[in-house]
Ligand binder design. Structure first.
Ligand code: PGA
Length: 251
């Protein structure tokens, strides 16, 4: 009932030429995968060229961040409507690297998510606990605070344009994946929280992705969990064959 999403976050990697080459290779490899929403998120400067390259294919385009204003004196920022203009259908918001290194808070994540949805983009809203949170038994309270703050003020209807990504910070880029059970436990918690904050229909429909060292070797186990609806992939999305193998988790 929930279409799985496999999204690749290319972070600060690849030139325009390298991005186009990667996506050209990828689109051939995933051409026959029709029951999965496949998304790639290159750097801003490559978006428009990658958009041209994926036209007519089943690969969708995401940006890695956006601003909440439509235009104005905001040097260095990019508005959601400009991302649409560049060919994006999705935007990643509140990735833990933005929260850790660029001062992103639940409040700014919320403003960005609302602006992205208003512009017709699908917001991939990221949450996740730090290792210290997990070790001190705070995982659920941290996730609850992040979800409540990041999705504040959204209407049930907005959720057609929301994807949630659960990414435990200790699993990102570390090679340490959460176990299937550890991930499922938090995904279920998030779904129940969405039911409580919004309604059951929204909770049943919203896609919740897992992120953190997802690879072809561990994707099947994660995807077999009832509340894991996809993956947000960093390192393994930088090579066409490994990302295509993740997107083919169910073949
Ligand atoms: P990783 O990154 O797959 O390299 O752990 C995931 C992410 O940051 O989205």
């Amino acid at each position: 009932m929930r279409t799985p999403v496999i999204a690749g976050n290319w972070k600060l990697f690849k030139t325009i030429g390298e991005s186009v080459a990667l996506v050209n290779e990828l689109k051939q490899l995933v051409a026959n995968i029709h029951d999965v929403e496949i998304v790639v998120a290159p750097v801003f400067t490559a978006l428009s060229r990658v958009s041209d390259a994926v036209e007519g294919s089943n690969v969708r385009l995401a940006a890695q961040d956006c601003y909440w204003e439509e235009e104005g004196a905001f040097t260095g920022e990019v508005a959601p409507k400009l991302l649409k203009d560049a060919g994006c259908s999705h935007v990643i918001i509140g990735h833990s690297e933005r929260r850790q290194f660029f001062g992103e808070t639940d409040l700014t994540v919320n403003k960005k998510a609302r602006a992205a949805i208003a512009a017709g983009l699908t917001a991939i809203v990221c949450v996740g606990e730090m290792l210290t949170d997990r070790e001190s038994g705070q995982t659920f309270s941290v996730i609850e605070t992040q979800i409540q703050g990041s999705l504040a003020g959204l209407a049930a209807d907005d959720f057609t344009h929301v994807i949630i990504a659960y990414e435990p910070v200790w699993a990102i880029g570390t090679g340490k994946t959460a176990s299937d059970a550890q991930a499922q436990e938090v995904h279920l918690f998030i779904r129940q929280l969405i039911a409580r904050l919004f309604n059951q229909e929204v909770a049943d429909a919203v896609r919740i992705l897992y992120g953190g060292s997802v690879k072809p070797e561990n994707v099947k186990g994660l995807m077999s969990q009832p509340d894991i609806d996809g993956a947000l992939v960093g390192g393994a999305s930088l090579k066409a064959d490994s990302f295509a193998a993740i997107a083919a988790f169910n073949v």
